[in-house]
Design a protein around this ligand. Structure first.
Ligand SMILES: Nc1nc(=O)c2c([nH]1)NC[C@@H]1CN(c3ccc(C(=O)N[C@@H](CCC(=O)O)C(=O)O)cc3)C=[N+]21
Ligand SMILES: [Mg+2]
Length: 287
């Protein structure tokens, strides 16, 4: 049976360290502030916002929420982003994805000031990450994946083979950039890849961000590999709704060295890095 990687505990430890640093700056500076904009409702976004608010309270970070109706016009959303951009009291801005279909996500992401873009989704931050620049704001979930892999394998990942299932802009692509920056050998697998199982089964680290419940079973996993499950699929069951990962945990645990659970794996790390990124923006802002 594989070791279960406790993302919640690792996130808690990161947050405790951050709380100490925020507390020590409190006497001289305002508190860090994070603004979240949620348009309409989306199950995954609701979980994210709820847990984010709780973490902000724990850390003494000011949390600002803009909950807008599904019918919100793009121009009104852009107006809110502009005012958050110009508000010197706000360090981080996060616009929940996905947005309703009548809103152009690209326009919205482009409107966020890159130095307040705590998601790391603005083209300037994507470019900086791709160039390997140190001051890039890197996306939260991929940073969490790297830290979870290091929690098992140690800080030096150089030469490790990494396979990433899924090529999204928010997880797969930035995860590839971050593991590459750790000197890993990175392979991207996606819906058009031939024999993805065989390729995945060569990886020392398998990151699964495909958005399909239980896509990956033990046939995808090399014995002794570390498996990071990014999936959060809400499925209806007779007993109510339940969160399922992209990894069939019970199957994969037979062969892997370590697996992240859902919930309690990548999710808490995403929140931890959101607060981490917000704190980095705050440090730049208060000097
Ligand atoms: N601009 C943007 N950035 C995002 O990073 C983003 C987004 N939009 N839209 C929605 C998805 C989803 N997402 C989650 C983050 C943490 C948990 C999380 O905290 N999960 C916990 C708790 C589960 C629970 O409370 O039931 C866990 O997995 O253990 C979930 C979902 C971020 N996303
Ligand atoms: Mg994120």
């Amino acid at each position: 049976m594989a070791k279960v990687i406790d993302g919640k505990a690792i996130a808690d430890a990161m947050m405790n360290e951050l709380a100490v640093r925020i507390e020590s700056l409190k006497s001289d500076h305002r508190a860090p502030a994070l603004a979240v904009v949620l348009v309409g409702s989306d199950a995954a976004s609701e979980i994210y916002v709820r847990n984010k608010i709780r973490r902000c309270e724990q850390l003494g970070v000011r949390s600002i929420e803009h909950r807008l109706p599904e019918t919100t016009q793009q121009s009104d959303l852009l107006g809110i982003i502009t005012s958050l951009n110009n508000d010197e009291q706000i360090d981080g801005i996060l616009v929940q994805m996905p947005l309703p279909t009548h809103i152009d996500e690209k326009r919205v992401l482009n409107a966020i000031r890159p130095d307040k873009d705590v998601d790391g989704f603005h083209p300037v931050n994507v470019g900086r990450l791709s160039l390997g620049e140190a001051d890039a704001i890197a996306p939260c979930t991929p940073q969490g994946c790297v830290t979870l892999a290091k929690s098992v394998l140690g800080p030096d990942l150089s030469g490790k083979r990494v396979a990433i299932v899924g090529r999204s802009n928010i997880v797969g692509k930035p995860a590839a950039a971050l593991f590459l920056a750790e000197n890993c050998t990175v392979q991207m697998l996606h819906s058009k890849t031939e024999s993805p199982q065989q390729l995945a089964a060569q990886a020392d680290i398998l990151v699964v961000a495909a958005g399909r419940a239980h896509l990956v079973d033990e046939s995808w996993v090399k014995p002794g590999a570390v498996v990071i499950d990014v999936g959060i699929n809400r499925v209806q069951q007779p007993t109510g709704s339940k969160l399922l990962g992209d990894v069939d945990f019970d199957s994969v645990t037979q062969v892997a060295a370590a697996v992240t659970p859902v919930p309690g794996g990548v999710g808490p790390m995403t929140i931890a890095y959101l607060l981490h990124n917000t704190f980095q923006c705050y440090l730049k802002s208060v000097g």
